[in-house]
Design a protein around this ligand. Structure first.
Ligand SMILES: Cc1cc2nc3c(=O)[nH]c(=O)nc-3n(C[C@H](O)[C@H](O)[C@H](O)COP(=O)(O)OP(=O)(O)OC[C@H]3O[C@@H](n4cnc5c(N)ncnc54)[C@H](O)[C@@H]3O)c2cc1C
Length: 429
C-alpha cells in the first residue's frame, strides 16, 4: 500500500494542535442509499453537503482520512478572492459574464460569514487582507485593484497604501506599496471546516471518515465503493481535489498537485505583534509564486509560500521558509519555530476550477490553484444548484476550456515545474 493510500490522521500543523472540534465520524461499513454522495471532506465536499442539507437533501459524505485533513485544514487561512482578472474576462466573454463573475467573487466570502454566524463556528474570523508590492512595477497592480472596485461601486472598505503607510501598517520596509481590502480577512481553516461538518452532521448528513473511496460504479444510480462499504445515490460529487486519483480516464492531467508550506513561530510578544501587524490583517504578495502570512489568534507568525511543483517536499520546511520570513521581518530572527507543515494545492493551467459532469450524474470540481477558501464555498453552492437541476453557473465553469498536458501525470508535473521556474525568475526581476 502506498503512503498516500493509508488512512491518516491530521498532519502536525498548528491548526491540528489548536483544533477546537475533535469529533470523529465512523468508517463506512455496509450499504447506504441516499440522494447525494460526496467524496472528499475538505471545504468543497463539506460546503456542498451543508448547502444540500439546508435544502432538504439526504446526503452522505465519505472522507479517506479526517474531515479537513487535506488542503482545507492546512492552508494559510486567507479569506480572499478566488476569482481575478475581470478586465480580461470582460474583454473575452462580455460584460454580462464579467458582472456575474464580479458577484461570484464575493459570494464564497459571504457564505462563510453567514455560516460562522448561523452555526456559531469558532474559527478566529478576522477582517482585513493586504496585497503587497514586492517591486516598484507591482505598485500599478495595487492601483488597478482600487480602480476596479471604484468602477463597480464596491460597497466594502478598501484602500491603496503608499510605501510609508505600508511600512507603518506592516512594520517592514520590504514592500513598495499595498492594496488593502477589509471584506477579505482570515480564519482558522481547520476549525471552520470541522464546524461546517458539525453543522452538516446536525442536519442529518451522514459523514464517514477513514474510508478511502476505491471506485465509482456508473449507472442511473451510481455507487461509490470503499473497501468495506458502498453508497448508492442519485448523484455523486467528487471533491478530492489534489489528493484524488478517481476517474483517471476523465480527470487525469487536468489538475496538478503542488506543495505549499507553512511555518508557525512561537507566540510573539504583544509589542512585536503590534509592531508588525497592528491591524491583524492577512498578507499576500503580488508575485506569481506567492508568499503569504498572518498572525494566529495566539499571535504566532504563520508564514507560508514557496510552491513546489516537482512533487518533492523539501527536507526541512523551516530551512525553506524561514529565510523568506526573516527577509521581510528581520525582527523575527531567532524566534522559535513550533510547527511546520505542507499540503497539496491543485493547480489548473488556466487557474479556473475544473468543473464538469461524468455520465450526467457524477459531478466534479477540482483545482483552485491555491486560492480555494472562498472559491470552494461558492463552488459548493454551484454544485448543489447543479444537483438540483439549476445549471446556469455550473455550465459557465463547465464550458471553460481547460488544457490537458500530454503524457503521464508525472511528466505533466515536470512540465509545470519548468514553467513555474520561469515565473520564479520573473518575480526576482
Ligand atoms: C499550504 C496551503 C496553503 C494554502 N493557503 C490558502 C489560503 O491562504 N487561501 C486560500 O484561499 N487557499 C489556500 N490554499 C488552497 C485551499 O486550501 C484549497 O484550494 C482548498 O482547501 C481546496 O479544498 P478541497 O475541499 O477542494 O480540497 P482538500 O481540502 O484538499 O480536500 C480533499 C479531500 O478529499 C479527500 N479524498 C481524496 N481522495 C479521496 C478518496 N478517494 N476517497 C475519499 N476521500 C478522498 C482527501 O483526503 C481530502 O481530505 C492553500 C493550500 C495549501 C496546501
Amino acid at each position: 500500500m502506498r503512503v498516500e493510500d493509508q488512512k491518516q490522521e491530521h498532519t502536525g500543523s498548528y491548526y491540528a494542535a489548536s483544533a477546537n472540534d475533535t469529533t470523529r465520524y465512523p468508517a463506512l461499513e455496509g450499504s447506504v442509499s441516499t440522494d447525494v454522495c460526496i467524496v472528499g471532506g475538505g471545504f468543497t465536499g463539506v460546503a456542498t453537503a451543508l448547502t444540500l442539507a439546508e435544502r432538504g437533501y439526504n446526503v452522505a459524505l465519505i472522507e479517506a482520512n479526517r474531515v479537513g485533513w487535506g488542503a482545507s485544514g492546512r492552508n494559510g487561512g486567507q479569506l480572499i478572492n478566488g476569482v481575478s482578472g475581470l478586465a480580461k474576462i470582460e474583454a473575452k466573454h462580455g460584460k454580462g459574464i464579467a458582472d456575474l463573475v464580479w458577484d461570484m467573487r464575493w459570494r464564497g466570502n459571504t457564505i462563510i460569514r453567514e455560516r460562522v454566524e448561523r452555526y456559531s463556528i469558532d474559527c478566529d474570523l478576522k477582517d482585513g487582507y493586504v496585497e503587497v508590492a514586492c517591486k516598484p512595477s507591482q505598485v500599478e497592480d495595487t492601483i488597478e485593484a482600487a480602480e476596479e472596485r471604484a468602477a463597480r461601486n464596491c460597497p466594502y472598505r478598501y484602500e491603496v497604501w503608499d510605501r510609508e503607510k505600508t511600512r507603518e501598517m506592516l512594520g517592514t520596509d520590504a514592500f513598495f506599496g499595498a492594496f488593502a481590502c477589509y471584506r477579505d480577512g482570515h480564519i482558522h481553516p481547520l476549525n471552520l471546516c470541522a464546524g461546517e461538518a458539525r453543522a452538516a452532521s446536525g442536519m442529518g448528513v451522514k459523514i464517514f471518515e477513514q474510508s478511502p473511496v476505491t471506485g465509482i460504479e456508473h449507472g442511473d444510480r451510481p455507487a461509490v465503493v470503499t473497501e468495506s462499504g458502498r453508497v448508492t445515490a442519485d448523484a455523486v460529487v467528487l471533491a478530492g481535489n489534489a489528493y484524488s486519483r478517481l476517474e483517471p480516464k476523465h480527470l487525469s492531467n487536468l489538475v496538478f498537485p503542488a506543495g505549499s508550506y507553512i511555518i508557525a513561530t512561537e507566540p510573539l510578544s504583544d509589542e512585536l505583534a503590534a509592531e508588525i501587524n497592528p491591524d491583524d490583517v492577512a498578507v499576500c504578495d503580488l508575485n506569481e509564486i506567492v508568499d503569504y502570512y498572518r498572525l494566529s489568534a495566539d499571535k504566532r507568525m504563520l508564514y507560508g509560500g514557496a510552491c513546489n511543483y516537482s512533487g518533492r517536499d523539501p527536507k526541512s520546511i523551516e530551512a525553506y521558509i524561514r529565510p523568506r520570513m526573516e527577509k521581510v521581518y528581520p525582527q523575527l530572527k531567532g524566534s522559535r519555530i513550533d510547527f511546520e507543515w505542507g499540503g497539496k494545492i491543485g493547480i489548473v493551467l488556466n487557474r479556473i476550477p475544473a468543473v464538469g459532469r461524468i455520465h450526467g450524474n457524477v459531478y466534479h470540481c477540482h483545482g483552485y490553484s491555491g486560492h480555494g477558501v472562498t472559491a470552494t464555498h461558492l463552488m459548493g453552492e454551484i454544485l448543489a444548484d447543479a444537483v438540483g437541476g439549476t445549471l446556469e453557473r455550473f455550465d459557465l465553469f463547465a464550458d471553460m476550456k481547460h488544457f490537458r498536458l500530454p503524457g503521464s501525470q508525472w511528466m505533466g508535473n515536470q512540465i509545470i515545474a519548468l514553467g513555474m521556474m520561469y515565473y520564479k525568475i520573473m518575480d526576482r526581476l
